[in-house]
Design a protein. Sequence first.
Length: 280
Amino acid sequence: MPVMLGLPPIRTDLDAAKDDLDRYGLARVAGAISPDELAAAKARLLEQAAGEDEAGVGFHDGGDAERGFPNRPNQRVWNLINKGEIFRRLVLNETVKTLIGHVLGEEVLLSSFTGNIANPGGLAQGLHRDDGYAPRDLGIPIVANSLYMLDDFTEENGGTRVAPGSHLDTSYTAAAPPETVAATGPAGTVMIFDGRLWHGTGANRSTVRRAGVLGYYCRPFVRQQENMTMSLAPEVVAQCSPELLSLLGFQTWRTLGMVEGSVHGHINPRPTSFVTELRP
């Protein structure tokens, strides 16, 4: 199937968005988050990014020393569940849950939740599929992504490059990727996309920053990108609802993720004691 170079419209109707996901491998929706949530998420992300730089733990990519960007201008902020109540709220967004569920089914895990700030001078990311570690012939999507546009996404400021329709074609490779277009949208737009879709951060050729948040999801038998049960702070875990703990991977699913034989559906707190070698 050839890649379609046009994007589907930005939708408010979820049935139309589901059709877009099937056909294009992506859907853009308006009105999924409130203006207050948008403002809070953007303020917290930028504050966290500045704080991580100040503490010497900022993570930067997207540069090329040969082109004069040895300090790598783009910044990623990992593990946002640890870094603000607004992110723990966003990750339970009903519109996103519905559309991710359309791609992956109702039972999913949050694989990671990260910030991506494309600054002026940032270069284009290599095109890739988010399921690149899996065989191409599975026949089903095993991961899907959501992108919250915290700023306007444009061609010039590094709007994510996507190849609509490429989720249905297994012939593309990193050496011979499909043609792409910029996934544009005003701040507040949320894009959902199939993990088989070829995509990558665009080059920011503008003079303004472009910030977004990525919620990456997987089927419950797939290993998560972020090891949530290890990396979440104890005080954050204590604030999480059972629904969020389930999404984060603290719940036994069938026989996966059990602790000492815990059954399907059981939320497993972090152990404070362990059964080790015993003798009568």
